[in-house]
Design a protein around this ligand. Structure first.
Ligand SMILES: O=C(O)CCC(=O)C(=O)O
Ligand SMILES: [Fe+2]
Length: 317
């Protein structure tokens, strides 16, 4: 639970670092184990196809990630906890496993989120895994925000405009210790007080640095099992991973139940409710089925659009 002082700091600054927000043996370790198995099976398939050498099967989780990246294999989408934007195929991989469900619905985490936005809580479908290899192993044209550093943006801008007034919070959870050296999050304190700024769509969704005072940025190291919580208008990004190990985080979001999620084509679900406790989804299989059904439906529909920002050659120059 947060102290009054922490709550006041969140509302004043637009962010808060909370160490040990989830239980290590009960929540973090099962998650790490689940991903270890998943990455091993991906690598086994790639070995069988001749895309990776057998030695990858002896290595660690981190070395498998790095070897997959080096071989040009996409480890990201099969590990991600969302469908991708754009064209959805009936077999596009994603991961909605039981340990991830346990994380999203973890009581200690929801207790904190409840203190920030109240007891009617929905898991917002804008949620990702980010496993960042060392920058010196990335190809020089790598721009993807789930692989390299993330440019400055507000999370409000990754929703459709239906959610412009939705009360929501982002929970950025460190799975490995996040440090200044390996690419922790950085924020602009107090920036949640301004409205959403215009964003540019490429090479990553971002706010031009001319639009805010980048000098006031604060880097937010946090240990594994801890989180950075922030407001949807807080300007943030992440640093480059300058170490020789991976940097691993999840970003989850919650909104007040009944308000638009900003990604209506993807499934949300109630994680906590005082008004209607029966409405809470408690079954991990049911949650996975929601995503599977969504994939089937979207495979027959137009490509998924996740933001509203056109390229503007003057503003975005
Ligand atoms: O981890 C990162 O690189 C950035 C994550 C982010 O933008 C978010 O959690 O909203
Ligand atoms: Fe973000």
């Amino acid at each position: 639970m947060l102290t009054q002082e922490q709550l006041a700091r969140f509302h004043d600054q637009g962010y808060l670092v909370v160490e040990d927000i989830v239980d290590k043996p009960l929540v973090l370790q099962p998650l790490i184990n689940e991903y270890d198995q998943l990455m091993l099976s991906l690598c086994e398939a790639w070995v069988a196809e001749g895309l990776l050498g057998r030695d990858v099967l002896q290595g660690s989780f981190a070395s498998r990630i790095r070897q997959a990246y080096a071989a040009g294999l996409d480890y990201f989408q099969p590990l991600d906890i969302s469908l991708p934007p754009g064209e959805i195929t009936p077999d596009v991989p994603f991961h909605a496993g039981p340990a991830v469900f346990q994380l999203i619905t973890s009581d200690s985490l929801l207790d904190v989120v409840e203190q920030l936005i109240g007891p009617e809580l929905t898991s917002n479908p804008i949620q990702h895994i980010r496993i960042k290899p060392p920058v010196n192993e990335l190809s020089c044209d790598e721009v993807r925000a789930h692989i390299t550093h993330t440019d400055w943006h507000q999370d409000r801008a990754v929703t459709l405009n239906e959610a412009d007034n939705t009360t929501m919070v982002t929970v950025w959870l460190a799975i490995s210790d996040a440090t200044i050296a390996n690419g922790c999050l950085q924020v602009i304190p107090g920036s949640h007080r301004q409205p959403m700024l215009r964003h540019c769509p490429s090479p990553q969704l971002s706010i031009p640095k001319t639009q805010f005072n980048v000098e006031s940025a604060v880097a937010l190291p946090v240990r594994a099992g801890g989180a950075v919580l922030f407001h949807p208008q807080t300007i943030h990004g992440s640093l480059i991973n300058k170490t020789d190990d991976i940097r691993w985080s999840f970003d989850l979001r919650y909104n007040v139940t009944g308000q638009p999620t900003g990604r209506p084509m993807f499934p949300d679900f109630v994680v906590r409710s005082k008004l209607d406790p029966e409405s809470v989804t408690v079954d991990a299989d049911q949650w996975r089925a929601m995503w599977q059904n969504t994939r089937t439906r979207l495979a027959a529909e137009k490509p998924v659009v996740i933001h509203r920002w056109p390229e503007d050659p003057v503003y975005c120059a």
